[in-house]
Design a protein around this ligand. Structure first.
Ligand SMILES: [Zn+2]
Length: 263
C-alpha cells in the first residue's frame, strides 16, 4: 500500500480485528451490491470507505425525490438519474482509486450469473423476494457467499449465507419457495424510517466485511447461517440459526455434483 492509502485507512489498520493484512484483503476484494436503495446506499458508503477495491452496483431504478429521505448516497441533483450510475459517480468522487461499475438493470435468473461472476461476496439489499431468491440461487451455483440485509418497518434482518458449502443453509432454505413470483413493494405502502434502514445497511456492510476477512483477520467470522434480527424500536438484537433444508431447491443438489437445483 502506498503512503497515502496507509494514511487513509490508518484507523482500520490499527484495529487488531482488521490489521494491515485485513486492509490489504479489502483492497483486493470485489463486492457486488444488488439494489442501490435505502440499504444499498449506506452499505455502499461504508464499503467504499473501507477501501473495497472493486464495486459492482446493480439497480434498474431512477432516483426520486421521495428516496432522498433515506438513500444517503444521492443528492437533489440526482433526481431522475439512474441509481446505479449516480451511486457509481459518488464512488468515483469519493475515492478515485476504487474501481466501480454500474449496471442499470434488474437482476434476474438469466443475467445473475454474469453479474456476480468473480465476486468475493454479494450484498443483497433489494426490495423484493423474487430478486432475492434469484440472487441466492445464482450465488449457490457460482460458489459466491451472500450477505442478505432486509428491512420490514422497524425490524432489520441481516445474515451471511454460504449455501455453496457442505451443510450450510442458503437464503432459500430460510424463506422457502413461496415468494418466487411475488414482487412485494412495501416501502411505498408501509413507510420506512431513514435512520432505521441506515442501521440495516451499515450492519450489512459489516457482515460483508466479515465474509471478506474470513481466514485473514479476527473480524473475519462470517457467522454463516445466523440470522441477526434487529428490533429498531426497543431497540434489541437477537440471533437465530437457520437450518439447512435438505429438500431446498437452491442448495440441495450441490453435493451431487449438479450445476444447480433450479429447473
Ligand atoms: Zn438452501
Amino acid at each position: 500500500m502506498t503512503p497515502d492509502r496507509l494514511d487513509r485507512f490508518a484507523r482500520h489498520i490499527v484495529l487488531p480485528e482488521v490489521g494491515a493484512m485485513g486492509q490489504a484483503k479489502l483492497a483486493q476484494s470485489h463486492v457486488v451490491l444488488i439494489g442501490m436503495g435505502g440499504i444499498g446506499s449506506p452499505a455502499l458508503q461504508y464499503l467504499a470507505g473501507a477501501g473495497i477495491g472493486r464495486l459492482t452496483l446493480v439497480d434498474d431504478d431512477v432516483v426520486e425525490a421521495s428516496n432522498l429521505q433515506r438513500q444517503t448516497v444521492y443528492a437533489q441533483a440526482d433526481i431522475g438519474k439512474a441509481k446505479a450510475e449516480a451511486a457509481a459517480a459518488w464512488v468515483q468522487a469519493f475515492d478515485p482509486a476504487l474501481e466501480v461499475s454500474a449496471h442499470v438493470l434488474r437482476i434476474k435468473r438469466d443475467n445473475a450469473a454474469s453479474l456476480i461472476a468473480g465476486a468475493d461476496v454479494v450484498l443483497d439489499g433489494c426490495d423484493n423476494f423474487a430478486t432475492r431468491l434469484a440472487v441466492s440461487d445464482a450465488c449457490v451455483k457460482a460458489g459466491v457467499p451472500l450477505t442478505s440485509a432486509a428491512l420490514g418497518r422497524f425490524q432489520g434482518q441481516v445474515a451471511n449465507f454460504a449455501g455453496h458449502r457442505e451443510d450450510h443453509a442458503c437464503y432459500r432454505c430460510f424463506v422457502g419457495d413461496a415468494f418466487d413470483a411475488e414482487d412485494c413493494d412495501t416501502c411505498a405502502d408501509l413507510g420506512v424510517l431513514g435512520a432505521m434502514v441506515g442501521m440495516v445497511g451499515a450492519f450489512g456492510a459489516m457482515a460483508a466485511m466479515r465474509v471478506l476477512l474470513e481466514g485473514v483477520s479476527t473480524l473475519g467470522d462470517p457467522q454463516w447461517g445466523q440470522l441477526h434480527v434487529l428490533d429498531g424500536l426497543k431497540p434489541s438484537l437477537r440471533t437465530m440459526r437457520i437450518a439447512r433444508d435438505p429438500e431446498c431447491r437452491g442448495c440441495s443438489s450441490r453435493l451431487s455434483g449438479s450445476a444447480g437445483a433450479h429447473p
